[in-house]
Design a protein around this ligand. Structure first.
Ligand code: PRT
Ligand code: ZN
Length: 285
């Protein structure tokens, strides 16, 4: 029987969210934190638990067929893989930062200076594009301490909340790239494996789409029903049911998360009451 090999980070920031998404796809993984290979009991997948840095190379070589990894790691390794889907978690950015006392306002002000980073390839390419010469110093971790111990003039590293930069007396001066977790796929899957991946992507899209929408239910007086109806940005038409009191209606529909607050405010002003908002588990359009 054909299986696809699915690489997941063994331990670290991506692991829990990756396993959560896999669970929501309806794919069972036996509980065993020690095992590096595990087969699903209800889907033709074998999971490989690896360091995130190894995932792009393994997917490129076809050792794994797909894998969840940060876009930052994918870009740094330069692996030739396809991004099948962006997964909307582990959002972060890669930025240049300097000590507060450093007057530099952007990368251009760091011409000839030293920058410590765990992402030398991304930085090299970016600096070349900007026509800036840098002395790039590779460090594999704790990059933020480099300026403080005079190891480098600046750093190029992952920033999420920015609190680590602040704790180390650093200031972000230029964002080089945005990143999030992605599902990377090998470019040369057999038709059988592609079929399994397509089944998985169908389920994944339902989960990713559901995250973009909310289900709302509200009560509306008959007198303002046409006004409220005009404001509803639902997927198709809303469901409208008359309540026991003939002067009142219940409306339910699906609203885009991004437009949610503006929609709710407008509906309230138009006369909608008792507005209930619910998350959507899966959405197949
Ligand atoms: O052991 P393995 O090699 O598998 O894991 P790892 O230690 O290399 O990576 P891990 O688990 O730390 O991160 C995996 C991925 O999570 C990264 O490649 C990013 O894609 C993503 N990610 C999202 C982050 C962060 N947010 C993040 N904040 N990775 C690291 N950080 C670091 C950041 O460098 C900073 O030092 O967390 C610190 C706190 O950040 P602030 O800005 O919130 O203070
Ligand atoms: Zn790593």
């Amino acid at each position: 029987m054909t299986l696809i090999r699915f690489a997941v980070q063994k331990s670290g920031r991506l692991r829990d969210n990756s396993l959560d998404i896999i669970k929501r796809l309806g794919v069972k993984i036996p509980h065993n934190k020690e095992m590096l290979r595990l087969e699903s009991s209800n889907f033709p997948i074998e999971f490989l638990f690896l360091r995130d840095d190894d995932i792009p190379g393994y997917v490129e070589q076809g050792v794994a067929d797909v894998g969840i990894v940060g876009e930052n790691v994918l870009k740094e390794t330069g692996a030739k893989v396809k991004i099948a889907r962006r997964l909307d978690f582990s959002h972060c950015r890669l930025s240049i930062a300097v000590a507060h006392a450093n007057p530099a306002k952007s990368l251009k002000d760091l011409e000839g200076k030293s920058i410590a980073t765990s992402y030398p390839n991304i930085l090299k390419k970016y600096a070349k594009k900007q026509d800036v010469n840098l002395d790039i110093r590779f460090i594999s971790g704790s990059v933020e301490v480099a300026p403080g111990i005079k190891l480098a003039d600046g750093i190029f590293d992952i920033v999420s909340t920015g609190s680590t930069l602040i704790q180390n007396g650093l200031r972000e001066i230029e964002v080089v790239m945005q990143s999030q977790a992605v599902l990377a796929a090998s470019p040369n899957l057999s038709p059988e494996k592609q079929q399994i991946l397509d089944n998985l992507l169908f389920r994944l899209d339902a989960i990713l789409k559901a995250g973009d929408y909310k289900y709302i239910v509200m009560n509306v007086p008959k007198s303002v029903l046409p006004d409220v109806q005009k404001l509803l940005p639902g997927l198709k038409h809303p469901t409208i049911t008359q309540l026991y009191d003939p002067d009142w209606y219940s409306i339910s529909t699906v609203v885009k998360e991004a437009e949610f607050w503006t929609s709710i405010e407008k509906l309230k002003i138009a006369g909608a009451q008792d507005i209930l908002v619910m998350p959507i588990e899966k959405l197949v359009i």
